[in-house]
Design a binder for this molecule. Structure first.
Ligand code: IYR
Length: 229
């Protein structure tokens, strides 16, 4: 028998006037449409509070069984950034030369990426997001470390990263979602436990004055929104 009792409290919810709903959602859309993945970063300093607020925002994300299966490692130390760059470039060099298929390279060609990752040192902060594939707790009686199954950790971390990117963008910062592959070197460099799997590396900062971005478009709404009434 399940004797667990759910404790409830009244939802705090402000019902907005319709015109304000429309104004806010339109303003948010317009702002999000200006977000671009940036590869050329200035080394100009960024207030740490903006990073902290973004991580705090990401940490409000919904997650499977509210297990919050994420760790956000924020690196500003130049020597550590240099190590991450060296390791990422070594893997990426191998990937671009041998591991990625012709089809994959062709799909990517219009973005102009290659194995060079100077942004990993130029950007003032790197946020490395780890997914906790399972939790680790200490058994109260035996003192042993026990594994706790996590549910929907991929989806949960994906949602949290989306919210992180939104926060950083609306704070006036540029980001790059970078997924070197394989990423196990991040556990070694950052000394993270084996239940934590690197999910994405996000350089954060201001764009370089001469930053360029490829000319790309997003699919029109009619292609991505299917309305069933
Ligand atoms: N991870 C590599 C390759 C790469 C793959 C995809 I799919 C991209 O959209 C961009 C890059 C890299 O970071 O260069």
């Amino acid at each position: 028998m399940d004797t667990t009792k759910v404790q409830y409290k009244p939802l705090q919810f402000e019902r907005l006037p319709a015109d304000e709903q429309l104004a806010r959602s339109g303003a948010f859309l317009a702002q999000m449409r200006t977000r671009r993945t940036v590869r050329d970063f200035s080394n100009a300093p960024v207030p740490f509070t903006l990073i902290e607020n973004a991580v705090a925002t990401a940490a409000t994300a919904p997650s499977g069984a509210n297990q919050q299966p994420w760790t956000f490692v924020v690196v500003s130390n130049p020597a550590i950034k240099q190590q991450i760059r060296a390791a990422a470039e070594a893997e990426e060099r191998e990937s671009y030369a041998h591991r990625m298929s012709e089809e994959w390279l062709a799909a990517l060609a219009h973005l102009g990426t290659d194995w060079h990752k100077p942004h990993l040192e130029d950007a003032p902060y790197l946020i490395i997001v780890f997914r906790q594939a399972y939790g680790l707790t200490t058994d109260a009686e035996t003192g042993e470390t026990v594994k706790v199954k996590h549910y929907y950790s991929e989806e949960s971390v994906g949602i949290a990263v989306g919210m992180l990117l939104c926060s950083l963008h609306q704070a006036g910062l540029a980001t790059l979602t970078h997924t070197p592959s394989p990423m196990a070197f991040l556990n070694a460099i950052l000394n993270r436990p084996t239940n934590e799997r690197p999910y994405v590396v996000i350089p954060v900062g201001y764009p370089a004055d001469d930053a360029q971005v490829p000319v790309i478009t997003k699919k029109p709404l009619g292609e991505v929104l299917v309305r069933v009434e």
